[in-house]
Design a binder for this molecule. Structure first.
Ligand code: HEC
Ligand code: HEC
Length: 241
């Protein structure tokens, strides 16, 4: 399917010339794909606040990322996706559009947008062609106390893009995204501080999955380690007491 996606894209990109792709046509497809990647346009839902770039870095030169999704440079060469749960690239993209961006209709390989997106992702080769690790922490347990200054830095790297600044929410993606930690504490006021701490851990680890709902992505242990989670909770003041 991955190869089918690729060959259909190439066939269509080359339709203007008989002897291979014109570099102008290819470049404009790459540019169109980059614009799609950086915009909300790949979902028609008015509830969607995300671009692909909200959760994925594309630039192979970007430093170690704290975005929940894998860096996508090299993704066209990878053997499998979503930690082995998805076998084809277009299926992996449609999973994100469906789960997070609330798009009901999958893109197909003949869609113009899918072809532009593929051209862009292919332009990022070789990047990292190895399957990206994605270890989901399934059982939620409390973590030891951490370091607040490190947690402040991690919050800026992993949470601010969606939630805005801690305590203020300035710059958050929209009103549906809670200001941390206050909105969440208020929302779960009936629980003890210990349970509220576990809610934060569960949300970071599972996002919208495993019965939680919403549109937040899960952070695997490859992106956020348990010590990172400890530091984040410390910075948020979610000490469980
Ligand atoms: C809200 C966050 C979020 C958004 C928005 C999002 N993704 Fe993802 N994406 C993820 C997560 C989490 C995974 C699973 C971990 C992984 O494999 O990267 C994933 C996986 C993927 C994978 C598989 C990567 C691999 O190597 O396993 C691809 C490809 C992908 N996304 C493309 C896209 C594209 C293209 C868009 C925009 C249409 C998009 N994603 C939007 C979070 C997101
Ligand atoms: C890609 C965007 C995105 C990122 C990055 C993100 N979140 Fe969220 N988060 C959301 C959205 C949207 C919601 C509200 C909808 C939902 O619950 O999924 C949310 C909800 C939450 C909630 C509320 C859960 C509840 O039931 O009230 C907590 C807690 C939370 N996020 C913590 C974090 C922390 C901590 C980080 C950083 C490690 C983080 N989030 C990173 C998008 C994001």
């Amino acid at each position: 399917m991955n190869r089918l996606f690729a060959s259909l894209c190439l066939a269509s990109l080359c339709f203007e010339t008989l002897s291979g792709c014109s570099s102008g046509a290819r470049q404009s497809a790459v540019d169109a794909g980059r614009a799609l990647f950086d915009s909300k346009a790949l979902s028609p839902s008015h509830l969607n606040a995300y671009a692909c770039a909200s959760c994925h870095d594309a630039d192979p030169l970007s430093p170690a990322s704290k975005k929940a999704g894998a860096p996508l440079a090299g993704v066209t060469l990878r053997p499998q996706f979503w930690g082995g749960q998805v076998a084809d690239l277009l299926g992996a993209v449609n999973a994100c559009r469906n789960y997070f961006m609330l798009a009901n209709d999958p893109l197909t390989a003949s869609d113009h947008d899918a072809q532009a997106l593929y051209a862009y992702l292919e332009s990022l080769e070789p990047g990292d062609p190895a399957a990206a690790p994605f270890h989901v922490v399934t059982s939620i347990e409390d973590v030891p106390r951490g370091n607040a200054p490190s947690g402040q830095i991690l919050f800026a790297e992993a949470c601010t893009l969606c939630h805005g600044d801690m305590h203020h929410g300035s710059g958050r993606l929209g009103d549906a995204v809670p200001i941390l930690p206050e909105d969440t504490i208020r929302e779960h006021a009936e629980f003890t501080p210990r349970v509220q701490r576990l809610i934060f851990i569960e949300k970071m680890r599972h996002g919208r999955f495993l019965g939680y709902g919403g549109v937040m992505p899960p952070f695997s242990s490859d992106v956020l380690s348990d010590p990172d989670v400890s530091d984040l909770l410390e910075a948020l003041g979610m000490l469980g007491e």
